[in-house]
Design a protein around this ligand. Structure first.
Ligand code: ADP
Length: 451
């Protein structure tokens, strides 16, 4: 029903007022009629207003109900036309808002999924530098005691540099990259990029990248280069020095010249050993060595390795005894297994004072082949035990070099065994001796002739 019909009653009182004015000069019977008509019109107007109010109330309830997620009351089929068209406009606004809302929540979910799938940690701050949101990775990287949201950078990481970078990004729109070292039980190095959010968007964002492993590897590489240069420089300096002395006239010195030539020879041998070891290690680490895995007789490998060190051992008055069962067969590369045993035996002979003992025992334990190389030498203090398999690590640098060591032998042992699915362990007591134990997969027992 159109609104104008509900206003019709207004026309009647206006007409009645007109009639009353006109009746002032007419017979008295017309006045009561006009008054009754006026009262009726006013009642009709009251009723129409009440109906409009009810329809507007209903519309309000239905709009509120839908805004709160419900359906609201069903529309009145007899509602006013104007109320119906207002309801139509509210309907279309509601549909457009719902569609936009769905789009926005879809975008938010996508953004959250992208942020949470990142390996880097991310936080976003408001214009005051307070963190308002962050992704999952950040919690793993920072391992904070309390909640990150609602905190200022200084409260989370206690670092002035980061705090300043965030405040400058928020206030001046400046970007900054910084690296932080976090102390604690698990020290970490973080590379952090702080940027302002954008012109119309107050606040900042920071991306945290855990570079601990990267920096560790860089240090290992730098140390390695420094170590190699140092190791190469020592023999090269000696060779050049003695060669120059010989050139300078010592060649004619019948007593000194042979000694100098002998030193040059020894140092050049050391140089070539070092280069050989370095090449071997680099091939092993880059997995360029193609080991030919097959059955290896550990007794034979130990005997060949012992033969190689025999002269040196006898020179020091050592007793070298082998107790490896003839039938003990491992899966491995024969040349690699022999090299492992040779390096261990060579060290045992080297680091045992004259007149010592070196024992090689073999057995099968828990389905693996085990060979132990025991000596009665200088031993190793517990604090060095976990490091002696590192490249160039020596307990006593001077002693190792004097004995012709390169500092690479045990590192080669470890890599060769790893390449054969084996491992090496060490036990040692200073001044009592050391035991190096190698483990290798056991070869399947040979089938009997009858099957
Ligand atoms: P090097 O060429 O110096 O012998 P290795 O890698 O073979 O290098 O050994 C690393 C260090 O471990 C040695 O410098 C030495 O200090 C210690 N070491 C190895 N084997 C023994 C052993 N049998 N007894 C005592 N110390 C040992």
């Amino acid at each position: 029903m159109p609104l104008r019909y509900t206003l019709l009653p207004l026309l009647l009182p206006a007409t009645v007022v007109g009639l009353l004015v006109a009746s002032l000069g007419t017979p008295s019977g017309a006045v009561p009629v006009a008054l009754i008509t006026l009262a009726g019109s006013l009642m009709a107007l009251g009723l129409s207003r009440g109906a409009l109010q009810r329809q507007l109330d209903r519309l309000e309830r239905s709009t509120r109900g839908r805004a709160e997620g419900g359906n609201g009351p069903t529309p009145d089929p007899d509602r006013l036309e104007e109320v119906a068209s207002l309801e139509g406009a509210i309907d279309s606004l509601h549909s457009r808002l719902s569609a936009r809302n769905t789009e926005l929540s879809q975008e938010t979910r996508t953004l959250t999924a992208v942020l949470d799938s990142m390996a880097e940690g991310v936080w976003v701050t408001d214009a005051e530098g307070t963190v308002v949101r962050h992704n999952d990775a950040l919690r793993g990287i920072l391992q904070p005691g309390a909640s990150i949201v609602g905190q200022r950078p200084l409260a989370i990481l206690r670092d002035d540099q980061l705090h300043d970078a965030v405040m400058r990004a928020c206030r001046e729109g400046a970007s900054r990259h910084l690296e932080l070292s976090l102390e604690g039980l698990f020290p970490r190095t973080l590379s952090i990029r702080v940027t302002p959010l954008g012109k119309d968007l107050p606040g900042s964002a920071a991306v945290f990248h855990d570079v601990t492993e990267l920096r560790r590897l860089e240090k290992v590489r730098k140390d390695f280069v420094a170590n190699v240069s140092h190791e190469l420089r020592t023999p090269i300096t000696a060779i050049r020095g003695y060669a120059e002395t010989l050139q300078g006239g010592a060649l004619g010195d019948a007593k000194m010249a042979p000694r100098m030539v002998e030193i040059i020879h020894r140092q050049s041998e050391r140089l070539s050993e070092l280069v050989e070891d370095l090449l071997e290690l680099s091939r092993l680490e880059s997995r360029e060595v193609n080991l030919k895995l097959g059955e290896v007789s550990l007794a034979e490998a130990a005997a060949r390795a012992a033969d190689t060190v025999r002269l040196k051992a006898e020179g020091k008055g050592h007793v070298v005894s082998l107790h490896v069962p003839a039938g003990l067969r491992a899966v491995g590369d024969p040349r690699a297994v022999e090299q492992v045993l040779l390096n261990l035996l060579d060290n045992a002979v080297k680091y045992t004072p004259a007149g010592g003992r070196v024992d090689v025992d073999g057995a099968c334990e828990d389905g693996r082949c085990v060979v132990r190389v025991r000596d009665t030498g200088v031993g190793i203090e517990p604090r060095h035990l976990s490091r002696i398999f590192e490249r160039f690590y020596r307990v006593d640098k001077g002693r190792s070099r004097d004995m012709g060591g390169t500092g690479l032998g045990l590192s080669i042992v470890k890599h060769l065994l790893q390449a054969m699915d084996g491992e090496v362990k060490v036990e040692s007591q200073p001044n009592e001796g050391s035991t190096f134990t190698i483990f290798l997969p056991q070869a399947a027992p040979a089938r009997s002739a009858t099957g």
